[in-house]
Write a protein that binds this ligand. Structure first.
Ligand code: ACO
Length: 458
């Protein structure tokens, strides 16, 4: 099989949100700290009818409905999440409810867990299955989602929630470029969840940003080398002699908060300056030729200077990918894929996207990270097109813009306190108003005394 990639997608937009400028007032922090300092506008929240399984069930069931695929046509289903409701039973096994009624239990794959990286690990598994001798010709689906909540304090405004389902197969309009991938994985305690009774992580926020940035440097260095060899060997009309930021139509990142992506783009620009890439002005190459990049992680003056120099690139290549993140917050595992959705929906005409290459960086604390690229293409003899993908994203954007309910920060606090209290309470029946649900949403109906969860379609 060739041109393996994303054929179709469905996005989940949680029904509740809090406005970040009201949160600044409520938290008594200086005006602009969350909206300018972090770059966030709104943060998604879930009601007690929404848990990680309901989010994943909903996007998967919508993907099957919207594509018209029969569940028997799916041969692999991988899940990525860090919102655990059980230490043994996978969310994938919960999702099998949507297959068994159609007499399909021959579906490989289970859950993938490592902070925000699980979705990417799930996606790589799906791609590798299709490339392998075990592929049976059917489609793969990847579902990833999280409800990201932090304890009260400075990390709380960087929460969020979201989930998406991706249909993966050959002859795709968004193709993962063979050979163009690098990873950086190492052992660090920047963000982790050792307390299994709590929904909150233990987080050293500033350390996590440093780890993210050095992972970015390493992945980009290796990506550039590997991609150059692989793209050149593909006898491709796009053949290029140097990989740098101008190689890509979009540069998209895992987005804990929007401001970090501006710093990340600036950081990649610094990498290009130090490599003396052909498009960089000589004055910048001269200015930074003696800089030791590894010791520059906490240099704020350097960061500000690079943000200024790379502003135009950021506005062209990264900002169009931030609409969902800015208005939903950190979705953890699906975050970088929402950036991809946002970028794709920012292009009004699918033809503008043909043959364009997009760079993606996925990061999960602890840590696991990868950088890879996709290319958009016109497909022949397939109903899975870029235009269809853009349509699905537009539906989600409509919900985001017009169908969400705003909560005041004090109600948000109450909701999160309730969630904390009920985290492992059984039996449990969600009591919040059902009006936040949309038709066909699959919601949590109850949890019995043996911790078994029951779901129903709204
Ligand atoms: N107007 C404009 N900007 C402001 C204002 C204001 N009134 N007040 C503060 N700022 C700026 C600060 O100068 C700072 O800018 P800088 O990043 O350029 O230095 C920025 O806002 C943030 O302010 P800090 O004081 O650094 O924020 P704080 O220490 O309170 O927390 C943090 C920020 C560390 C990101 C925290 O929210 C956190 O721990 N989040 C969770 C961890 C995280 O998201 N890590 C990222 C990678 S790992 C992952 O995805 C989970």
């Amino acid at each position: 099989p060739s041109s393996i990639g994303i054929l179709a997608c469905e996005l989940y937009i949680p029904s509740l949100y809090v406005d970040q400028s009201s949160l600044e007032i409520y938290d008594n922090v200086s005006k602009g700290k969350y909206t300018i300092g972090l770059g966030q506008q709104r943060m998604s929240l879930c009601s007690d009818h929404e848990d990680i399984c309901s989010l994943c069930l909903t996007v998967l069931s919508r993907l099957l409905d919207q594509t018209g695929l029969h569940p028997k046509q799916i041969g692999r289903l991988d899940v990525g999440t860090e919102t655990l409701v059980d230490k043994a039973k996978s969310i994938k096994s919960v999702l099998m409810q949507l297959f068994v009624d159609y007499d399909n239990t021959d579906v490989e794959g289970v859950d993938n867990i490592n902070a925000c990286y699980g979705g990417t690990a799930a996606l790589f598994n799906a791609i590798h299955w299709i490339e392998s001798s075990f592929w049976d010709g059917r489609y793969a689906v990847v579902v990833m989602g999280d409800i990201a909540v932090y304890a009260k304090g400075n990390a709380r405004p960087t929460g969020g929630a979201g989930a998406c389902a991706l249909l993966i197969g050959p002859n795709a309009p968004i193709v993962f470029e063979p050979g163009c991938r690098s990873s950086h994985m190492t052992h660090v305690y920047d963000f982790y969840k050792p307390d299994l009774s709590s929904p909150y992580p233990v987080v050293d926020g500033h350390l996590s940003v440093q780890c993210y940035t050095s992972a970015l440097d390493t992945c980009y260095t290796h990506y550039c080398k590997k991609a150059l060899m692989n793209i050149e060997s593909q006898s491709n009309p796009l053949s290029i002699h140097e990989i740098n930021l101008s190689t890509f139509a979009a540069i998209l990142f895992h987005t804990p908060y929007v401001k970090l992506t501006q710093k990340s783009l600036a950081r990649l620009y610094l990498n290009d300056i130090i490599r003396a890439c052909s498009y960089i002005p000589n004055v910048l190459i001269e200015k930074y030729k003696n800089l030791d990049i590894r010791s520059s992680l906490n240099n704020k003056d350097l960061e500000r200077d690079l943000i200024e120099h790379s502003r135009e690139l950021y506005e062209q290549k990264t900002l169009p990918g931030l609409y969902f993140s800015q208005n939903m917050g950190n979705m953890y595992t699906p975050s970088v894929y929402y950036s991809l959705f946002s970028f794709l929906s920012s292009q009004s005409n699918e033809e503008q996207l043909y043959d364009r290459r997009i760079l993606l960086f996925s990061y999960g604390s602890g840590l696991a990270s990868s950088m890879y690229s996709v290319v958009c293409r016109k497909v022949h003899e397939s109903r899975f097109t870029l235009a269809q993908i853009q349509k699905s994203i537009k539906r989600a954007r409509h919900i985001l813009d017009y169908e969400r309910i705003e909560l005041t920060p004090d109600l948000m606090d109450k909701l999160l306190l309730e969630r904390e209290k009920n985290e492992h309470k059984v039996p449990f029946i969600p009591l919040q108003p059902m009006e936040t649900l949309k038709s066909d949403d699959i919601y949590l109906k109850s949890i019995d005394k043996n911790h078994r969860r029951y779901y129903e379609k709204f």
